[in-house]
Design a protein around this ligand. Structure first.
Ligand code: ATP
Length: 226
């Protein structure tokens, strides 16, 4: 695709995560940000070896399969497996650099983050250079308000923040927009604990993911040391 056609075809969202497992909190987040920002598509990018957190409980293949099942019927949601196919730590900077090279210099890229993830953004590999590669859409998440940002992040936030969601279409990268979404107090941590305690996680996940977890008996053992 040429740079010009990428621009005409619209902005792309990127939602990275461990997805251990993917749940309705992720899916509503992607849906609502895609609508508010008029995105062309959202790439779901399961992380391989996450540099910022503990190792996932489930195998990469299971996490990828759960994302595949969760987004199977959505015309705008795309599974992007590049981080799980890379060796070494999964850096968002590398993912965005690759997407930028593939989609051209003018295509708006929007990195989507919950407020909890954004508050830790300063610790990400080459975080300030990420603003040259993508916009950031931050969504509030129950239990994670945007207050208390560390100073360098607060400074970037103050300089880059726009109240106009459509600003992301006027440049390929560099703006931060806050996107209000339906607050869903769902986390993968809570779901893992629930399943481990033999309680049902039904209605917190898409039915196909719920069935997959049951069939493969995921999260029943304390396999965090795997
Ligand atoms: P865990 O509980 O294992 O930390 P998680 O539920 O936070 O997992 P991740 O895969 O770590 O899920 O999250 C990927 C991205 O989705 C992060 O930016 C996170 O902030 C965001 N996110 C996850 N759940 C929600 C939710 N319920 N509402 C809004 N954003 C969410």
């Amino acid at each position: 695709m040429t740079a010009l056609s990428a621009l005409t075809h619209g902005a792309i969202g990127i939602l990275g995560g461990t997805f251990d497992p993917i749940h309705l909190g992720h899916l509503r987040f992607a849906q609502e940000v895609a609508e508010t920002l008029a995105l062309r598509s959202v790439h779901f990018v399961p992380g391989g070896q996450p540099p910022h957190r503990a190792k996932p409980q489930t195998a990469v293949a299971d996490r990828v399969m759960m994302v595949k099942l969760a987004i199977a019927d959505h015309p705008m949601f795309v599974l992007d497996e590049r981080e799980t196919q890379r060796t070494g730590p999964s850096y968002t900077f590398d993912t965005l650099s690759e997407l930028r090279a593939e989609l051209g210099v003018t295509c708006p890229l929007v990195l989507m983050m919950g407020a909890d993830a954004f508050l830790g953004f300063e610790s990400w590999h080459r975080w300030q250079e990420i603003f040259n590669l993508a916009h950031i859409a931050v969504a509030h998440r129950p239990g994670a308000a945007l207050g208390g940002m560390p100073a360098p992040l607060a400074q970037e936030f103050a300089q880059r923040r726009s109240n106009d969601a459509q600003a992301i279409h006027r440049a390929p990268a560099g703006t931060i927009v806050e996107v209000p979404i339906t607050a869903l107090d769902i986390s993968a941590t809570k779901i893992r604990a629930m399943v481990h305690a033999r309680r049902s996680a039904r209605y917190l996940l898409p039915p196909a993911v719920f069935d997959y977890i049951n069939d493969k008996q995921l999260f029943l053992k304390d396999n965090s040391k795997q």
